[in-house]
Unconditional design. Structure first.
Length: 162
C-alpha cells in the first residue's frame, strides 16, 4: 500500500514538473517576445522563470531518488556478497533518508526566516524560493523509506513512469 502511495505521489510530481516546464517555456517566450518585439520586457518573467526552474528541478530530483535515477555506486555493490550488499544498500538508503529530513528541516527554517520579505518583481514571499527544496527533502525521505521497506521485503521499487 505504501508503494502504491509513493508511486502515485511520484507520478503527481512528474505531472506537476511537466506543467511547470510548460509554464516555464511560456514565461521565457513571453519575456523574449516582450523584449524583442514590443521593446518592453515584463518585469515578472525572469524571476518567475527562475522560480519555476527551482520547482521543476526539485520535483525531478525527488522522483529521481525514488526511481534510482541519481548517481550511485551500484557498480561497487555488485562485487559485494549478498549479505553485505543488503546492509550497504540499507545504509545508503538510511543516509538518503537522513539527508532528505535535514534538507527539509533546514530549508523550512530558511523559508520561515524570510517569510515576511517579498520578491519585488513577483510580489510573493521570498519563502517561495525555499519551499521547493523543503518539499523535495520531505519527498526524498518518503521515497528513501520506500526503498528501505522494499529492501527488507526483497522487492524492487517500480519506476513512477511505468
Amino acid at each position: 500500500m505504501y508503494t502504491r502511495f509513493c508511486a502515485a505521489l511520484a507520478r503527481l510530481c512528474l505531472q506537476l514538473g511537466v506543467g511547470g516546464l510548460v509554464l516555464l517555456v511560456v514565461a521565457v517566450l513571453y519575456q523574449v517576445i516582450g523584449r524583442y518585439v514590443f521593446n518592453d520586457t515584463p518585469t515578472w518573467a525572469e524571476s518567475g522563470a527562475v522560480l519555476l526552474v527551482l520547482y521543476v528541478t526539485m520535483l525531478g530530483m525527488a522522483v529521481g531518488v525514488r526511481d534510482a535515477g541519481h548517481i550511485g555506486l551500484e557498480s561497487l555493490l555488485v562485487l559485494a556478497p549478498d549479505a553485505i550488499r543488503l546492509k550497504l544498500e540499507l545504509l545508503i538508503q538510511a543516509l538518503v533518508l537522513v539527508f532528505g529530513l535535514v534538507m527539509a528541516y533546514n530549508c523550512g527554517v530558511l523559508a520561515v526566516s524570510v517569510w515576511d520579505y517579498k520578491i519585488p518583481t513577483l510580489g510573493v514571499s521570498e519563502a517561495m524560493k525555499y519551499l521547493p527544496p523543503a518539499g523535495a527533502g520531505a519527498l526524498i525521505a518518503v521515497f528513501a523509506l520506500e526503498h528501505i521497506i522494499a529492501l527488507l521485503h526483497h522487492t524492487d521499487v517500480e519506476p513512477a513512469w511505468h
